[in-house]
Write a protein that binds this ligand. Sequence first.
Ligand code: PLP
Length: 420
Amino acid sequence: MKKPFVTLEQLKDIVKTYPTPFHIYDEKGIRENARKLKEAFAWNKGFKEYFAVKATPNPYIINILKEEGCGVDCSSLTELMLAKALDYKGEDIMFSSNVTPAEEFMMARELNAVINLDDFTHIEFLERVAGLPKIISCRYNPGGIFTTTNGIMDNPGDAKYGFTKEQLIEGFRILKDKGVEEFGIHAFLASNTLSNEYYPTLAGVLFKLAVELRDKTGVNIKFINLSGGIGVPYLPDEKPNDIMVIGEGVRKAFEEILVPAGMGDIAIYTELGRYMLAPYGHLVASAIHEKNIYKQYIGLDACAVNLMRPAMYRAYHHITVMGKEDAPCDYKYDITGSLCENNDKFAIDRMLPKIDVGDLIVIHDTGAHGFSMGYNYNGKLKSAELLLKEDNSVQLIRRAETPEDYFATFDFGEYFSKLL
Ligand SMILES: *Cc1c(COP(=O)(O)O)cnc(C)c1O
């Protein structure tokens, strides 16, 4: 069973100061998980996790991960600005973007970030707009279908990312000729994987590729970036990944492939987002309406603006009706937001305890790709974000949007003063 990391009593207290809806994050859970990841890869001297900022672009949260030794993986100008504000620089920043505008490469170079090129043509583009650094990484796309012993994981042949193998070989030769001294290889072949096989299988592919690239081009490969993709169990009966087993699986591939090739000093990097934070965030909302027509609906004060994954991917997010954890689930509800969009449903035909207007609702696993995916459709405003600290106190780490924020981009013209 999924249990919230906050109690009803805590929430009743919190809503006196911070009205629903809000996202709340669990500092203790975040730190413990980050330490476990580090432990799982402690066998690799250069191991580093670069937290994927897009998952939860909040400086207060990222600072917790920074204290746990994580770097940042950025993919846009504002993400680089966040990294800069947190005093990240140099090799603590990975810049893994695609379809990259010139000014973003320029900012990445200014911060001395490690740039992970998404395409062969970006070699020439980067050199022209910002100059080539001494260290560079390239993203690999093997094409075809990616499978592990558990079956099909995803379809890289259909993905817009990365270089083909031929392009990588040619690209590494060109970059070496142009004075690049150290190289990295990156690939992200499947998302939200619930399988201890994903990373070890991916590592096997990239380790063999590293040996081939070294043999064919003579470059010095410094790191292999397994990127993101380790998933979390959104469903209550799914089995979580075992990060120790995953780390051990990658170690085995490392010992089998890289060590015999004399490449045992390569560093392993990760760019996890979901795995670092998803379970350590809740979206907390209140039931504000009940409606009975052809189905039974419970309307919340949160909507897809606050959590888009159910609308976008039909993703399952577990729901706890606070204070009714032990009540029988004998009501079948659609749990909805208020958007004029029928996909604005946090749950469809979900069996839950009887919900009354005023009940506090916890929507689980919103700590990554939750708040950050939000938008402003219907002019709905984004919520606050709160941090439940290790001493059980609560800190506001982002205030809720106001109409002033929503209308701020009309500040040049005649309607601005009338709007507010
Ligand atoms: C989104 C992303 C990640 C993080 O993915 P998760 O599924 O959250 O682990 C890592 N690297 C890159 C390049 C990404 O685009």
